[in-house]
Design a protein around this ligand. Structure first.
Ligand code: BES
Ligand code: MN
Length: 455
């Protein structure tokens, strides 16, 4: 068996790169926002497009509509395979074709659904998350072409940004079809556009809704204000009670940990501040390494709050309110356990005896890499070769909750979490973009990983 060398692969990827950028640009134009309805015609079009693109690189691909656990129609999934040798290892390539919404296009410097290249980055919704993952798989399969020495299965999901409700039931129902030795999840990213990373851990994500009730009806704020605190104020007190003075969480039973595999390099405070766009006077909350605060300790964000808008407000005490918490959990903590810890804390800390009701919305588990898996070592070597610099381990604060579920279904499979993002990618935000030089190196990396897995 002739091993393809890095130079040969690089020149193949260079020659094919215009096609990959065009694929990505066409993908951005499809506006595959799953929050606008996973069963919509726009999602079907997006899935059909991805299936066509996979066929162009030799994958037998089809679009299948999954079913939700309650039996209703689910997302349009793209599944495919390319079998080369029954005795060779099988690799499952994952990405998702749905994208985050664009609530305010005016916050973008370019049209979010017209891919636009500026200074070596391609801007557009889904250009990175996770159009970039699709582009990596397509580019790598094209580069290997007839030299591919492993069997490949492909799953391009249509509802990742909605928490993947039907993905795992679908995989379980088609267990044989997706059984594989290695799973590459290309939905995370690198340390930077220049420095590659394997993702060592992901946090879990669980949402809870908290209802705070003070009165059974609204009352005049002058007549009752003073002894009667409005529900918004009580909710604010309740939220604040979760934090110590330094801004770290003080909820018993909510676990935190240290970076998985040890901290190779801490994040740079100025970099994090710049990427997030903090105002100059803002002080970062919490304690310990910045990496642990972002990757392996829990965090809680208020992502929704039912309060009267300022416009049109009047002098009345709000009787009740609901807010939604997004809880990012440490990689090793069971999400139900975290939900229970938060629920117990909030109900025990109800300010002034207000009624506090907590309802759990969903629960996605975090994940930690197996540093000793052979595929992990091969992937790190591939990164070093493709990028020309040593990879740096990186945890992620975001979540891909189906990974531990996949690992449960396929306990023998080695999971590699890679991806197109870097800290400047602005996933989920305005001005999302992908670094084109990193995309090229990511494609070469994946082709090299597939090469190495054959040996
Ligand atoms: N690609 C992200 C996860 C991610 C974010 C990885 C940042 C690396 C860096 C993924 O598409 C995502 O956003 N997942 C959701 C999961 C949720 C819907 C359960 C998330 O993290 O909010
Ligand atoms: Mn993603």
């Amino acid at each position: 068996m002739v091993a393809l060398n890095q130079d040969e692969l690089r020149s193949r990827v260079e020659d094919d790169f215009d096609r990959v950028v065009e694929l990505l640009s066409d993908k951005v134009a499809l506006k595959s926002v799953s929050a606008q309805g996973i069963t919509g015609a726009h999602m079907r079009r997006s899935a059909d497009f991805v299936a066509d693109e996979l066929r162009k690189v030799g994958v037998q691909a089809k679009v299948v509509q999954s079913s939700n656990p309650d039996g209703t129609p689910g997302a349009f999934e793209v599944i495919g395979s390319k079998t080369v040798d029954d005795h060779a290892p099988t690799v499952l390539l994952y990405a998702h074709h749905d994208v985050q919404p664009v609530p305010d296009a005016s916050a973008w410097d370019t049209d979010p659904f017209v891919a636009t290249e500026v200074d070596g980055r391609l801007y557009g919704r889904g250009s990175a998350d996770d159009g970039g993952g699709i582009a990596i798989h397509s580019g790598a399969l094209h580069a290997l072409g007839g030299d591919l020495k492993v069997n490949v299965k492909v799953f391009i999901e249509g509802e990742e940004e909605m928490g993947s409700p039907s993905f795992i039931p679908f995989i379980e129902a088609h267990r044989e079809e997706f059984a594989s030795d290695v799973i590459i999840v290309a939905d995370s990213g690198n340390w930077s556009a220049q420095i590659p990373s394997l993702t060592t851990s992901l946090r879990g994500n669980t949402d809870v809704d908290v209802n705070v009730k003070v009165l059974d009806h609204p009352v005049h704020s002058g007549q009752f204000g003073g002894p009667i605190l409005d529900a918004n104020t009580v909710a604010a007190m309740l939220i604040a009670s979760m934090y110590a003075d330094d801004g770290s969480l003080r909820i018993p039973g909510l676990l935190g940990g240290d970076p998985v595999g040890g901290l190779q390099r801490d994040l740079d405070e100025a970099g994090v501040r710049g990427d997030a766009g903090t105002v100059g006077s803002y002080r970062l909350a919490g304690n310990g390494s910045l990496a642990s605060r972002l990757w392996t300790k829990p965090s809680i964000s208020v992502i929704g709050f039912d309060a009267h808008p300022v416009e049109g407000s009047f002098n009345v005490i709000s009787p009740e309110t609901t807010f939604r918490l997004s809880i990012r959990t440490a990689p090793q903590q069971r999400p139900e356990e975290a939900q229970r810890a938060v629920t117990d804390f909030l109900t025990a800390h109800a300010p002034f005896g207000a009624e506090v009701k907590v309802s759990a919305i969903d629960a996605g588990m975090g994940w930690s890499m197996d540093p000793d898996a052979p595929a992990t070592k091969g992937a790190l070597a591939a990164m070093q070769e493709a990028f020309g610099v040593a990879p740096v381990n990186k945890g992620e604060g975001g979540s891909i909750p189906f990974i531990p579920e996949l690992q449960r279904i396929f306990p023998q499979a080695q999971v590699l979490v890679t991806g197109p993002e870097d800290p400047k990618a602005n996933a989920h935000s305005p001005n999302e973009s992908i670094s084109l030089s990193a995309l090229k190196n990511n494609i070469i990396t994946e082709a090299l990983i597939l090469e190495k897995l054959a040996h």
